[in-house]
Design a protein around this ligand. Sequence first.
Ligand SMILES: NC(=O)c1ccc[n+]([C@@H]2O[C@H](COP(=O)([O-])OP(=O)(O)OC[C@H]3O[C@@H](n4cnc5c(N)ncnc54)[C@H](OP(=O)(O)O)[C@@H]3O)[C@@H](O)[C@H]2O)c1
Length: 282
Amino acid sequence: MENTKIKWTMADGRYIPSLGLGFWQVSKEDAARVVKEGYEVGYRHFDTAIAYDNETEIGEGLAALPCPREEVFVTSKIPAQIKSYEEAKKAIDESLDRLGLDYLDLMLIHAPKPWSEMRDPNKPYRYEKENAEVFKAMIEAQKEGKIKSIGVSNFTVSDLESLIEKTGVVPAVNQIPCYIGHIEEDVFAFCKERRILIEGYSPLATGQLVDLPAIKELAKKKGVTIPQLCIRFVYQLGALPLPKTTHKEYMESNAKIDFAFTPEEMEFLKGVAFTRVPGKKK
Ligand SMILES: NC(=O)c1ccc[n+]([C@@H]2O[C@H](COP(=O)([O-])OP(=O)(O)OC[C@H]3O[C@@H](n4cnc5c(N)ncnc54)[C@H](OP(=O)(O)O)[C@@H]3O)[C@@H](O)[C@H]2O)c1
């Protein structure tokens, strides 16, 4: 359980529990139970988004926890298609309302562009001015005490450079995909330089890595499960892993990553070829 208790530092100097529980594709029916069971096995960091459509139920789960508010760390995200100051302000207030919280520990811009445009080479518009407007609403909410830390997700180096240049504020984190076969080296290098914490999402490639033959032998040698190997790999790269599961036994085992890879083992894992199948859940 130790890795759920260790804290890392974000670019704004605030602390964040170094392992979080992801809530993408956690149904409304499951969300409150997942908060409760996650808490019971040691998680103190819960990662959701307005787009996940489970904030109300997560809020119910949080309200029932036997701990003070400060003991848990809650992240949400402003939807990728929200690109104006006014809409962002409203989204923040509505998110807090649904979660039943006075403040969010971390709020992110979910993506630099609306999802429909993210991977479409025919849609080159970069939303630089608009992202700065959304970030200004977040900076203001931070001053009002509604959000403790503000960050981004799925930002490239040029998205980050533009946001910092336009607002004068360095995002506390950048939440990006990070798993065996997918390491965004340029973003890692830029974030390291600016002390922006990288949160690594989909550490199991949305479940697609759990049967990968190429990593079975190393997992066996280390005496760990493949999910533990994948999550530790992200952690040891220096990115904060955000695994998702609705099963309590997986929540518990996924958090047991207090083992270490040798530099040679890390090099081996960095070289494993794996391509995620888009759209496939598992
Ligand atoms: N910012 C963004 O744009 C963004 C995008 C994607 C994800 N995220 C965040 O990152 C989190 C994690 O990413 P993800 O949801 O893509 O998935 P993931 O954590 O890479 O993989 C989750 C999948 O693996 C399965 N799984 C988990 N632990 C397992 C274990 N020990 N043994 C076997 N199967 C296991 C889960 O199944 P069960 O649930 O059935 O156990 C689920 O199908 C999200 O929930 C979200 O919070 C953010």
